[in-house]
Design a protein around this ligand. Sequence first.
Ligand code: X8Z
Ligand code: ZN
Length: 616
Amino acid sequence: MKKYFLPTLTAAVLTACAPTAQTTTTAPATTAPEPAAQPVAPNWQQQADAFLKEYSTEYQRLYAQSSEAEWRSNTHIVAGDTANSGATARANERMAAFTGSAANIQRLRELLEHKQDLTELQVKQLQTALYNAANSPQTIADVVKRRIKAETQQTEKLYGFDYKYQGKSVTTNDLDELLRKEKNPLKRQQIWEASKAIGPTLKEGLLNLRDLRNQTVQALGYPDYFSYQASDYGMSREEMMTLVRKINEELRPLYRELHTYARYELAKKYGVKQVPDYLPASWLPNRWGQDWSAMVEVKGLNLDPVLAKKGAEWQVKQAERFYQSLGFPALPTSFYEKSSLYPLPKGATYKKNNHASAWHMDLNQDVRSLMSVEGNTEWYETTHHELGHIYYYLTYANPEVPVLLRQGANRGYHEAMGSLMGLAATQKPFLAGLGLVDAKSQTDQTQTLLKEALNYAVFIPFASGVMSEWENSFYADKLPADQLNARWWALAKQYQGIVPPTTRGEQYLDPATKTHINDDPAQYYDYALSYVILFQLHDHIAKKILKQDPHATNYYGSKEVGQFLADIMRPGASKDWRMVLKEKTGEDLSARAMVEYFEPLMAYLKQQNKGRKYTM
Ligand code: X8Z
Ligand code: ZN
């Protein structure tokens, strides 16, 4: 889950505001006696400055209050307790009443009508404020209020759920570990089913939220909530879908090989004679089949034992050391004091959000992360991912960047930074430098690349296919309530080549088991884009800065790499994201680097798959 990435405005709304050109006229210096007083043209820049100053101060204050309440609601969930949800709803209502107020919207539009007279930075801020207003327009205050309440309730249901396996309460960490390790297919099916048991409890709330989310943004002229989120990139819904479909197409040949390989290898592993045409979801080492890397263990590079020994706290500290080695500062002490980094102690009387997130509490130095870190490879990567958000926050929280523009160049960049560091932190030269693996031991490069492909390439059809297509149908096409699960599994079959172990009718709601469907709605393509961007950045760093093979890098200690990343982070959203990429890598957004990275694997997979039946 991403927290509080406040987006920038779309072309759609800009046009709706119909800016009329008007140039500021400064009175020429006169020597002659003053003529009769002329009406003075307003100085729009001064007016915008005055407005933005006041607006930003109040915005930041309410934002911090809302974050604080949300933090409590996500770290201290008690069944039946209404104190937290009440406080959170009230804080969010205050925020909504301000950002969506009719007076503010009117003033923002008025100022934007004089766009030509304003600085670029002013225009960006005003557009952001108007974009935020569309998330809570007070012209429909009642809808906004109901939405806030429904969102708080959904969070409680989502993270208050008691998962049960073999009659005992288990955490999602437990379920994930079981799915990575269990070899008995029948047990695997039970574990997988246990992980889906939450779905039906979220159905009513999700359907209600769909309508409320659509209605809120429609009041300011967006056709639907998916379009609203896409507009944050300056793109229409159709443009975003075209982009993610293209990314999916480009990675499809590799995915097809991986899919064929996995069907045969897993059938062997589970002792199933008849290789299935589609992968049963319960065969895969991840609840949604979005990451299959646990399928492969590379001899000499298996991190799990050493990470288990080092422990969870070491992982967080180690990730921080990595960022520091690049020149980033130590984390503020408050990060360690106020974050919630580890699983709750056994027997705790409350629950917490079980999905990792990073929070910019006050849009300044109060940064926190909510995780349940355990000593294993998955959390090792996730820790690097979350610290990427944290360092992004800290880097753009500087006097040059106005509060309203303290966001990523786009949301995908925010996700890319830490994932990039996660990839870098698993490459052999880096691990050897750290003493986590033996530098002298021979390791199989093909197996290493295969394991990486099972993580990064396998993710694409899930993110840009299943998740994005489903949410597009859900919000924009108003997918009927009796087709939610059917659509999900049709997409899983089409894009991932995955089928459920048994028929999953509409009494289930499997998409809702993905936390983002509930609390990070209509934005999952961010992660698909982030993987594409991260390979572009990694390719540039490896080849141009470190002069190393992208498959075997060691970023550790490189101030130049740190500079490169900090330069992208520092301006936040005050620079156009397309220009940033072009300036920093010389390229437009493209899957080229990602495809190229995995290219050496294709020959191996084709060889392995010789004589096997392809079904996708
Ligand atoms: O949700 C996340 C992050 C939180 S911002 C841990 N990720 C996606 C997921 O878990 O589904 C990271 C990659 C994909
Ligand atoms: Zn993230």
